[in-house]
Design a protein around this ligand. Structure first.
Ligand SMILES: Nc1ncnc2c1ncn2[C@@H]1O[C@H](COP(=O)(O)OP(=O)(O)O)[C@@H](O)[C@H]1O
Ligand SMILES: [Mg+2]
Length: 308
């Protein structure tokens, strides 16, 4: 992919009101975001935040009330054929329960013009090769989701859009899905856009994230950047009283079990160490606190967190 390739997805001030204007539900309110080629992009927010509505607009399944959806630089409304480069999994995918996984993919390939020759390769890629002949009604939720991903990949898309791909999966299923998603980006150079209400998932799998709340993107950022924000230093020292006194002279200090949480930046770590040792404390550990995406998420979406 060339350096100046257009964004894979570009939403410009996209909004959606269900029902009558005024009395309707404003599900999405002026969302703008950009997905770069090869990126795994997370769309994170609590239930009802507008994730599925946004995804449906990205796929041309519903029309935006305002704004513009661009895929690979093309306006989706003017050039819907650009959807040939897009694969998707929404609502967990729909399959015939009485047909095998393989047969189901053949049906999808026939009805949606995918490449049936790739079916075996895809079944292998999503880890279903040995279950390909079993009827889908005997599949676990995880297997169905992975079959859904295989179906989404049939037309060899450049981006795969997945709405809550780990919903309903057990721990093993989540791990398989995670590996599959990372593999799509790392080994196959595809872009992935996925929605989730699970912070942990997004944190593990995505390069960049938009946090959405009540139909609005409240933050768009690289995961690393989001987590790098100073969360203070964690100090283990003894005697704790002496250590605390030495540090409160300069920083806000909080006790956390046997440790101290110091509201200092990483750049100030040497100064923290000098003060502790100067005061006669023994320093056992000094580390920058890793900020959890959950903290960031809660600090942003706190007011509606209870029903998330
Ligand atoms: N077809 C619809 N008709 C009316 N309201 C809808 C429809 N689909 C979703 N909504 C409402 O839009 C809001 C956003 O829903 P949705 O996009 O499904 O959020 P999410 O996927 O983040 O859970 C919610 O208030 C939901 O009740
Ligand atoms: Mg949804």
């Amino acid at each position: 992919m060339s350096e100046n390739a257009p964004p894979v997805v570009e939403l410009v001030n996209v909004s959606k009101t269900y029902g009558r204007r005024g009395g309707g539900v404003r599900a999405v309110r002026g969302v703008s975001l950009t997905v770069a080629p090869g990126e795994v992009y997370g769309f994170l927010g609590p239930n009802g935040a507008g994730k599925s509505t946004t995804i449906r607009m990205m796929l041309g399944l519903i029309a935006p009330s305002g704004g513009e959806v661009r895929l690979f630089g093309e306006d989706l409304r003017r050039n819907p054929s650009v959807l040939r480069r897009v694969g998707s999994l929404v609502d967990g995918g729909a399959f015939y329960p009485f047909l095998s996984g393989r047969r189901n993919l053949e049906v999808v390939a026939k009805t949606h013009g995918g490449d049936g020759a790739r079916i075996d390769e895809l079944l292998d890629q999503v880890g279903l090769a040995k279950d390909a002949k079993r009827k889908v009604k005997g599949y676990s939720t995880g297997m169905r989701q992975r079959l859904g991903v295989a179906a989404a990949l049939l037309n060899d898309p450049d981006i795969v859009i997945l709405d809550e791909p780990v919903n309903g999966l057990d721990v093993a299923g989540i791990q398989e899905m995670r590996a599959l998603i990372r593999g799509l980006a790392a080994d196959r150079g595809k872009s992935v856009f996925l929605s989730s209400h699970l912070l942990h998932e997004v944190q593990q799998v995505c390069d960049r994230v938009a946090i959405v709340s009540k139909g609005e993107v409240v933050r768009e950022s690289g995961i690393a950047e989001l987590l790098r924000q100073d969360a203070g230093l964690r100090v283990e020292a003894a005697p704790l009283d002496i250590a605390e006194a030495a540090l409160t002279a300069r920083w806000k200090v909080e006790r956390s079990g046997d440790a101290l949480l110091v509201d200092a930046t990483k750049d100030e770590a040497p100064e923290v160490a000098r003060r502790l040792i100067g005061a006669g404390a023994n320093l056992f550990a000094l580390a920058a606190e890793q900020r959890n995406l959950e903290d960031v998420f809660l600090s942003i979406t706190q007011p509606e967190a209870p029903d998330a």
